[in-house]
Design a protein. Structure first.
Length: 243
């Protein structure tokens, strides 16, 4: 039986409160700078990256302990492939079904992001032109979005919470329990301050998958890959179907 580490729980709570408070303020900085882009988003990424560094330093640990590694490579690749083979087709079906219903039904059109229904012309496939702007978007999703968020939420927060609340059950090696729920909830809540849109809480569900993969592999590499790929996939769908 694994013994619960109460000190890890206190560190998890403290780290999250500090980081969430900083993020809530930084996302309101609406300034765009050359070579940096959106300043608020860049500063949020820095907070997510350095939060785990500070926690590891104060706890006399290493980022390796928080999943900042690529091994086990074979297992990580298998988890990413399995996840994407399931997620991408399912998300495509949900995406098309959502816009096809919501944009054609005036009573619920507000459920769609503002302005998107104006570009929806039904399920008409047209290969988008993916140029430099798209490549830049993809790079940002990997380096500025997925890596920092996964290092903090799955690498640091989820790891500390699993020490405090060891999972009672595991599936394919990934823990299922209170730690997974809490880290996913924290991930969803931190997305709210940007614009107050309650739809941001839907990030709770991919958070469950990312946390489970982190627990199963001991690495944040799979969650970083799937997180970035999912965001890039959404952008591709927008370019394909929202004109």
């Amino acid at each position: 039986m694994v013994t619960a580490d109460r000190d890890a729980g206190r560190w998890a709570l403290g780290a999250y409160l500090v980081v969430a408070a900083l993020v809530a303020g930084l996302v309101r900085i609406d300034v765009t700078l050359p070579a940096i882009g959106h300043l608020g988003s860049a500063l949020v990424a820095v907070v997510f990256l350095y939060g785990p560094v500070v926690v590891a330093w104060r706890r006399h640990e290493d980022l390796f302990d928080y999943g900042f590694r690529t091994d086990p490579v074979a297992k990580n690749v298998a988890f990413v492939a399995m996840a994407l083979l399931i997620i991408l087709p399912v998300f495509l079906a949900v995406y098309l079904g959502f816009y096809d219903v919501v944009c054609d039904w005036k009573a619920i059109k507000r459920l769609a992001p503002p302005g998107t229904c104006a570009g929806w012309d039904g399920i008409n496939f047209e290969m988008p032109r993916l140029g430099w702007a798209f490549a830049e978007f993809a790079a940002v999703q990997i380096v500025v979005v997925a890596l920092p968020e996964e290092l903090f939420f799955r690498g640091c927060l989820h790891q500390l919470l699993e020490r405090r609340f060891p999972p009672a059950r595991r599936w394919l090696g990934g823990g299922i329990g209170l730690a997974l729920f809490l880290s996913s909830l924290a991930f969803a809540l931190v997305h709210l301050p940007k614009n107050g849109d309650p739809r941001a809480l839907a990030t709770f569900f991919p958070g469950l998958l990312f946390g489970w993969m982190r627990s199963a592999t001991g690495s944040i590499a799979p969650s970083v890959a799937v997180h970035a790929a999912s965001n890039i996939w959404v952008r591709m769908l927008d370019l394909t179907f929202l004109r």
